[in-house]
Design a protein around this ligand. Sequence first.
Ligand SMILES: *Cc1c(COP(=O)(O)O)cnc(C)c1O
Length: 729
Amino acid sequence: MTEQKNISLLQEVTCSNDFGSYFGVSQQTFDTVWKRLTSTDENSVIYISMEIGADPDVFHPVKDFLLKKELTDSTDEHIKGLIDKYLHGPRKIPNYSGGLGVLAGDTLKSFADTHIPVAAVSLLYREGYFSQHVDSQLGQIDHATSWRPEDTPTLFQLHEAGNPERPLEVTVPMFNGDEKATGIKAHVWMKMEIAQDLDYFVPEFLLDYNLPSSPEWVREACRQLYSAKTDLMKANQRRLLGSVVLPVMEKLGLTANTFHLNEQHGVAVTLHLMLRELRNLLGSKFAETVTDENILSAGNKVAQGIVYTIHTPVKAGHDRFDKTLYSKITQKTCRHILNLMAYDDEAPSEYNFTSFAMRVNRAVNSVSRLHRDVTQRQFPKFADKIQAITNGVHLATWASENRSRVFDTSEEVACWRDNPGCFTNTDLLASNDFRQRFRTAWQEDNTLLTEYVNNMLTTHRTQMSETWLEPPNYLSFIEADSFLEPGVYTIGFARRFSTYKRADLIFDDITTLADILVKGNRKINFIFAGKAHPQDEPGKTVIKLILDIQEKLYKESNGLAKLIFIPGYDMEIAKMMVSGSHAWLNSPKRPLEASGTSGMKAAMNGVPNISVMDGWWVEGYHEGQTGWKFGYEGAVEEANLSEDRHTLLYEEDSLSFYNVLPEILHTYYEQPERYLDMAINNLMLNVPIFNTHRMIAEYVRKYDLRLDSKTAEQMSVFRKLYLSEDEKE
Ligand SMILES: *Cc1c(COP(=O)(O)O)cnc(C)c1O
């Protein structure tokens, strides 16, 4: 590789502006994006999310570019440093806890791939989300995550215009009971969500409040995602997000008029937009004269720019704060606004931020069709405006490397990276060549997962003598038969350990489960992973339970069943698990899983789901074609919304699982071609729908954007694959 060629290739991926220099797209691309976000003739969108999950280790187009162009070294020290960072640097950004954050990341990637003008705002947590150790005696042990944004590729700290030595600083007005605001400072980092072809990007502005000058209440609130030892700390964490949006836009010159709230966490932005509106209307002394009518009319005006996605029927997902507590962190007009907009008839002493977000918007949507029905029932006052936009996942992120290689080299689906709709090609099922290559890729992915687990078991055995940790897996303690074999039927389960997700459901009656396996002489591996929020004691109990039953299950099944727990669940483990399993299990209590996305990631790899009829599976299940269903599927009544243990239907739903299991095992072991048909049917029926390209196409209709005709046409193609019922034209 000549240095000359290096230099010209590097021009394709280096760029800069007043606030910094970056690596990943060309100057021309950078300027195009920045111009669209700062122009006054074109509208754009600010996407606001408490968490964003987009680890480079599962999707990293710049690294792919460097490898493809063999740009792996340089004599120039600065460039060599950049290349090293992109090829070998840390590839985790621990600013997410689960589905909500991963959805945000996948969404932004699809915006980038399709050139929709969006910028995101979130927080940078110096301790990320907690890290998980697992010990067979103690269960989950949580500890702070340490990571260095400075070393992480695709992440850049912005500096003051023209002064690289000085970090860019925004000042955020915060009220702490007085009429006058205190200015709280934050630094700004930019993570680039870069399109697959490097021809576009979506910037995420991550606000770092952890400065030496920050007061303790600020540093405490921004240290770790969702760490909320007190209600006040939680309220503070929320306002650090919502209150920074307008200041950061002003500092960078962003001109968006549309704001998308990914869950209500950032709804303080609505409050600030209304204050700004009142100031425009009544002048700077508005606080003295403002009336209810003024506020209602400001609300109507501001609503025109807000799109709100509600993500869960579970109570913990919705912020309510005691009015007395909130009076300490607001001023008079804020409270006046909240009294009119965030009241809750059922809890008059609280502000309800879900109600606030429900009231002030141009569009509100749930994350699946069933969830729409549930949300309409939970918020009858707003029922008319609640629509469904079923979630999706970013196809190129979640299709494994082996699967991607097959897709890239198969004529039938050659355009898959740009258009997930190309899987509707029915030739796939019949194409012998495709079938064989796909089957091999799946086997390879299953081997990778098996090897990962086996290496982990070995490492834990060694650790046992070297550390105080007891290995989390029974297999680490036994001598013979202590590894997994590739090809054994493998069921994967991984997600946050919230009690309504019932990770332990299928182990409710181990004797019955073991009997099924012994009778049919069927081997099976269950591979589980997931974190419980450190303050969620019942969730941690479920993890401990999974560890505790491993031995019993193994022994009662005469060694046919092996149950594994992989600690430290993250996106990389998720990708390996969804592609390496033979089936993906989801066993929540219907209808508490609003959507669920890990099952969609499995579907992107053709992997059938075995799932309760909840969330997306109500739409993705095709009898005999895409997987299996089990459990309660009756009408949704008020009583179904309870999260109390005794209402969780363990007995009924586990029995229903035991009833379908023999057929599933029979299909896998005795009818492999039929099992493969199910995988290919997933590609044909579910990939075109449950992807974020289709999802954002539905969102774009809710935004106020002026798209060029090519992009508008592309959006309409994605959307046509799956018009929501209430949108059928
Ligand atoms: C996809 C994903 C989730 C969400 O899984 P659900 O099935 O929606 O609960 C959580 N954590 C990680 C790391 C993921 O990749």
